[in-house]
Design a protein around this ligand. Sequence first.
Ligand SMILES: *Cc1c(COP(=O)(O)O)cnc(C)c1O
Length: 482
Amino acid sequence: MKRIEMKYLKEQPLELHKPKVVSKINLLDVDERYKAITKATNNTFLLRNEDVFLDMLTDSGVNASSDEQLAASMRADEAYAGSKTFYRLEKAVTSLLGLPYFLPAHQGRACEHIISRALVKPNTRTPMNYHFTTTKSHILAMGGIVDELIIDEGLKIQSDYPFKGNVDLKKLDDYFKKYSKEEIAFLRIEAGTNLIGGQPISFENAKAVTERCKKAGVMTVLDASLLQDNLYFIKVREKGFENKPISEITKEFCQLFDIVYFSARKFGFAKGGGIVLKDEKLYNKMKEFVVMYEGFLTYGGMSTREMEMIAVGLEESMEFDVISQGPIFIDYMVNELVKHKVPVVTPGGGLGCHLDARSFVPHIKQEEYPAGALATALYIVSGIRGMERGTLSEVRNPDGTEKLADMELVRLAIPRRVFTLSHINYAVDRIIWLYKNRDLIGGLKFTREPETLRFFFGELAPTSNWQEKLVKKFKEDFLNKY
Ligand SMILES: *Cc1c(COP(=O)(O)O)cnc(C)c1O
C-alpha cells in the first residue's frame, strides 16, 4: 500500500473490506444485561451469545470469512481419504510456511496434543517465551514441566518496548548450562504471545534463540496461531523488514524452526489447524497420533469446506492490507483509552486490547478476581463480553491456595474483519464511563469451583451488592444525559 494511505490509516482506522452478509446483534438494556450476567453466574464464558452485543471474548473461530473463501468452500472434494481438497491445503500450507511435511488437526490445541504426545516424556522440560493455557495443559498432562524465559519487559504492563514477546537470551544461555539436551523436550516460541497481551517476538530474537537451540541440540517449535499479527509487527517495527513482502517474512520466520503449528481458527480465517515439520521420521510418528485422535490423514478432524477456506485464508494473510487491520484497530483503541488514562497493556499488540485490572480496580485483591469482576462490570454497562486473563484462569497450588497470576487482564479480543470503527468507539466510550465509576466495582467469589480449567465453567457471585449499585449509577448518569 502507498505510504500516504498507510499513514492516514494509522491515524484514522478504515475498514479495507465491506460487508456482503451481516449478522444482527442485540443491544439489551442495562437491567436485562444485569439479569443475564447473574444467570451466567458471573462467568462471561457462560453468557448466551444472543445476550451479547460485541463479543470480544476471543479471536478463536470468530474471524469473518471472505467471499473468496466461501467460493472456495463450494469446491470442497468430500472424501474420507485422498480428497483433492487436502492436497490443495497441503500445498498452500507447505509452500507458504516453507516446511515440507504437513499434518492436519482440528484446531490449535489438537496440534499441541499431538506434539506433546510425540515429544514430551515425564519430567522433561519445555522452555518457552511464555505459556498458553491449552499448551501448558497438554505438556503437563504428559508429565512435562513448563519454564518461561520471557524478557522482564514482557511482564511490564506499560511499556514502549516493541517486542515484549522476546526470549531473554541470558536466561536461555543459563538454562542450557543448567539442563542438558536430554532433559529438554523442545523449546517453544509463541508468536504474538497471547497471555501477555498479544505481544510480538522479533525476527532477530527468534533467530538468535533457534541458533542457540541448534547448537545445544534442542528441537524448536513455533506456535504460529497468532503469527498473522506478529508478521505485521515485524514489518512495521523491525529494521530491515520494511520492504520485504509478508510472504517472504513468513517463510523465513517459519523456516527457523523444526516444527510449526497453528490454529486456523486464528491464522487462516476459518476453523481447523495443522502442523508442518522438517523431519520425516518425526512426521511418521506424529501421523499415527493424527489418525488415532483427529481423523484420517487427509482431513484430521476438519470439514473439507473449512480446509478449502483455510487454504485461501492463509493466502489472504500474506497481504499487508489484510493483516494490518487488526493491529491498527487495536492500536487505535489502546491509544484512545490511554488518552483518558485508562490502564491498558501498551504498546498495543495483536489479538485485542487488554485492560489492566490491577490498576483499574486496585481496591480488589487478587483472591477476589479483579479481572473477572471487571469483565462482569463491563458487560453490565455495555453488553461487551471480554475474557478474564488473571488469577481466575490459573490453577490452584497443590496446597489449595490461590496461584496469583503475573497479570490481571481483561482481554477484549478484536476478531479479524468483524468490528467496525463505531463498534470500537462504543467500547471506548463505555470503558471510560466505567473507569470514572471504578470505585463501585467489587470482587467475586466462587460458588462452584471445578477442579480443572475452572475459568470455563466456574460459577461465581459478587462479594457484595456492588453490581446493583453499578446499575443504579449507570441509569442515573445516562437518564440525565438522554
Ligand atoms: C488460540 C491459541 C491456541 C489454541 O488454538 P485453538 O484452535 O483455540 O485450540 C494455541 N496457541 C495460541 C497462541 C493461541 O492463541
